[in-house]
Ligand binder design. Structure first.
Ligand SMILES: NC(=O)c1ccc[n+]([C@@H]2O[C@H](COP(=O)([O-])OP(=O)(O)OC[C@H]3O[C@@H](n4cnc5c(N)ncnc54)[C@H](O)[C@@H]3O)[C@@H](O)[C@H]2O)c1
Length: 314
């Protein structure tokens, strides 16, 4: 197997830290670049002992000069409370960050993968969403800094590909969960687990009938690596996510059971622009990458709950 010098932007984040670990296991030389906006040094602490791993503090909205063969561009806050805290910086990270990383890839002739998102589909009228669906995104709402930033980043990737023949890969990531998620990210899985473990009320926004699909981080990392390793003519965009749909109500019941918790369910209004349904069509990933998720929701939540329990104790 070829060994590469690989740059992971957002390498100290939730998905990035798992990706760095897996790339090191495969024998690659890995550089994590992160400004620790939402990520944490704790996520990569154990990797620092490996001489093939290096961590650099850097904000990708500024140019970066390093010699690498491959780039996974994951840097960007992913949860609404984090990306809405400084929406201008969120757009800058997606857009200026993409320009800087694409410029770097062009200079050093590296293959580059963009961590895009299911949010490019907005509040979809098509269900499940295939990659050909163009999306229904509000350009001026409170989620737009993220959704439109990621859409613009995709545009830049395809323009660099067409204009400069860059080897690009675009992955549209759907809801991902697992150990190393930020406890305070305000997303449904972490909220419910924290509330259940603390015996607090479980807050359901809306009536709980809205659905989501949840992909375990091990499956996600496998999908990202397969996409990076795929033949150069396959640029994507490709959906990577778990198509098993689960209502928010069902998720809360499952977490209550796995945490052995007696928390009560309470209902609050839906936030602005919250999509009713989100489910990936993964036929392209299945046919082009031979990828599909393996971890069941119950297995994945058990693993995540164990992580939350130990994080709460430390
Ligand atoms: N987790 C999900 O469910 C999900 C869903 C769709 C897309 N994604 C995408 O996957 C990627 C990783 O998401 P995650 O869940 O690991 O989020 P995360 O917030 O845990 O990780 C993002 C990392 O990027 C870093 N970062 C942010 N801005 C930066 C900047 N300007 N320069 C350098 N580093 C910066 C953060 O400090 C953090 O370590 C993101 O691009 C996100 O948009 C994630």
């Amino acid at each position: 197997m070829m060994k590469y010098r690989i740059l992971v932007t957002g390498g100290a984040g939730f998905i990035g830290a798992h990706l760095c670990e897996r790339l090191l296991q495969e024998g690659h030389d890995v550089l994590s670049v992160d400004n620790y906006y939402t990520g944490s040094k704790n996520n990569i602490r154990e990797l620092l002992a490996n001489p093939m791993f290096e961590a650099m503090r850097h904000d990708i909205t500024f140019p970066l000069y390093v010699e690498v063969d491959r780039i996974f561009n994951l840097a960007c806050p992913a949860s609404p409370i984090h990306y809405q805290r400084d929406p201008v910086q969120t757009t800058k990270t997606s857009v200026h960050g993409a320009i800087n990383m694409l410029g770097l890839a062009k200079r050093v002739k590296a293959r580059i993968l963009q961590a895009s998102t299911s949010e490019v589909y907005g509040d979809p009228e098509v269900h499940p969403q295939p990659e050909s669906y163009l999306g229904r995104v509000n350009p001026i709402g409170i989620r737009s800094c993220y959704d439109e930033g990621k859409r613009c980043a995709e545009t830049l990737f395809y323009d660099y590909h067409r204009q400069h023949q860059l080897e690009i890969k675009v992955v549209r990531i759907f809801n991902t969960y697992g150990p190393k998620m930020a406890l305070n990210d305000g997303r449904v899985v972490s909220n419910f687990i924290l509330q259940a473990l603390r015996g607090d009320d479980i807050t359901i926004h809306g009536d709980g009938s809205q659905t989501r699909s949840f992909c375990h981080v091990d499956d996600m990392v496998e999908g990202l690596i397969r996409m990076m390793d795929s033949p150069s003519h396959f640029t994507g965009p490709v959906n990577i996510g778990n198509p098993t749909e689960c209502s928010i109500g069902e998720l809360s019941e499952l977490i209550l059971r796995l945490c052995n918790s007696r928390s009560r369910l309470i209902f609050k209004p839906l936030p602005q622009d919250d999509p009713r349904q989100r489910q990936p069509d993964i036929r392209l990933a299945q046919s082009q990458l031979g990828w599909e998720p393996k971890v069941t929701l119950e297995e994945g939540l058990t693993d995540t709950i164990r992580y939350f329990e130990s994080a709460l104790m430390s």
